[in-house]
Design a protein around this ligand. Sequence first.
Ligand SMILES: [Zn+2]
Length: 340
Amino acid sequence: MAQREETIQDYFGQERTLVFEEVTNSEPTLYFEDTVLKACTHYIRSYRTEALPGRKIFKHPFQNTQSISAYANTRDVAIFFQNVLKYSLSDETIAYYISSIQCVEDDSNQKQDKEAWWSPKLQQAFFGQSQVNNTLLCFAVSQDIVAHEFTHGLTSWTADFDYIYESGALDESYADIFAILISNFHNPDVGSWNWEIGNGFGEQGCAFRDLQQPSRCNSIFIIDGQTQQIDHPKHMDNFLHLTYEQDNGGVHHNCSIHSYAAYKLLISQDNETNEYLFDVSTVAVLFYQALKRLGKQSGFIHSRLAIENIAKTLFRKDSTIIKQKKLGAIAAAFNSVGIY
Ligand SMILES: [Zn+2]
């Protein structure tokens, strides 16, 4: 067995450099597995009828390029966790970054499973497929969706939030924040970032959430017997108190308040130089260190306090003026959404 590196076009026509596991029997076969990085992608027709993770994908001439995107996106998350967060896999967490994709690899798999999730039990991610512009598209072609699901793994190995009410919304928010950090990692110009989660996969081709403009997306709840379509909030004044039956207490709705604070933090500029105060790696470390200090029932305010505490240590080598500007920007970001 050997590692083989190849550069291939993904679903969007972008060149992706991938590492495959080469197994030679009568002829060489390249599997979607990187035994050094410890990341792999499997194919499954239906998680309802087959056992996850399904079969390992191998490279072949009629490859659906969606699977190339899926594997490349899985690898990118593993590389980010390893290089930026300095996260190393351990026995307590997972041995491998495994993604299973339901993807049109042959004509028999035309079924929609409009879902993507992290399985805490199996410690792996699953990505179904959805009809988008008359094409069955696997959720794993979207880098932010892949990063979102694997970040649920990261939150489970750290804060391990209860997935209900405000702590559940915090779990969703951290997953969205890291999704944005990872999918925009190679673009140093925060001003031109894409802040959407799952663009094209939401209702009528929209995104699921938008960190820059939360109200571009909405949730549908039944409140007082009435079906209501409610824009995602960006302030605690609009925090929705829902029952457990309604999206685990609105975890995919209220999350946008905390995420909007992260957006405000990321776009903070020095008022003299107009330069961004934070770079993507620093923000990633800041939020990751905060995750390690949070717990099952943490709420938005606990996240703010953890981030502010870590920032004091993280920015200790900055000049007093710069440090004050950074701490001020963090405070302003959370104040602007009413987390205080
Ligand atoms: Zn999620």
